[in-house]
Design a protein around this ligand. Structure first.
Ligand code: PNS
Length: 162
């Protein structure tokens, strides 16, 4: 079985991520979505909330959602997965992704990276901008799966009450 790992912060998952997962499933039999624990401090959603939102947004036996701490390549090795999937949006993503892939391969040459170019419908999406729009009262219904839109609304209400 051909497996890939799709790592990220997913704070929260957007339709851009969903698009990458679906396209990865056309190449790989199984995709393990791996949420990093490292950036917990600055995230809007807790790691458990992010995991729940992904599970509510994607329903397939070929998808698994896990969290990880530490180096991605170590986690991939533990899971016996040799491919990392990442999405590329604008050229500005390239430099960071190039560096990340090169560093990962340097640390573990058994792990390689595979990139999918974002779709024209989602190229402008990022979790950071979606959060900003949602927290300022903008409509993000078409940018994120419906459980995420609902969760963002709840976060907004919570933040307004503070
Ligand atoms: O969604 P993001 O925030 O762009 O994802 C970045 C991520 C999680 C893929 C990257 O930060 C990562 O792999 N973190 C795990 C720690 C690690 O392995 N760092 C070295 C990578 S060069």
């Amino acid at each position: 079985m051909k497996k890939a790992i799709y790592p990220g912060s997913f704070d929260p998952i957007t339709n851009g991520h969903i698009d990458i997962v679906k396209r990865a499933l056309s190449v790989f039999d199984h995709v393990l979505i791996a949420i990093t624990q490292n950036q917990e401090k600055s995230s809007l959603f807790t790691i458990e909330e992010r995991q729940d939102l992904i599970r509510q947004s994607l329903d397939s036996e070929r998808i698994e959602v896990k969290t990880f701490d530490g180096l991605l390549v170590d986690f991939a090795k533990d899971e016996k997965i040799g491919f990392i999937v990442r999405g590329l949006r604008a050229a500005s993503d390239f430099e960071y992704e190039f560096q990340l892939a090169a560093m990962n391969r340097h640390v573990n040459s058994q792990v390689d990276s595979v990139f999918f170019m974002t779709s024209s419908e989602t190229y402008f999406l990022s979790s950071r901008l979606v959060k900003e729009v949602a927290m300022l009262g903008g409509d993000v219904e078409k940018m994120v799966p419906s459980p995420v839109a609902k969760a963002l609304q709840e976060k907004r209400k919570l933040h307004q009450n503070i």
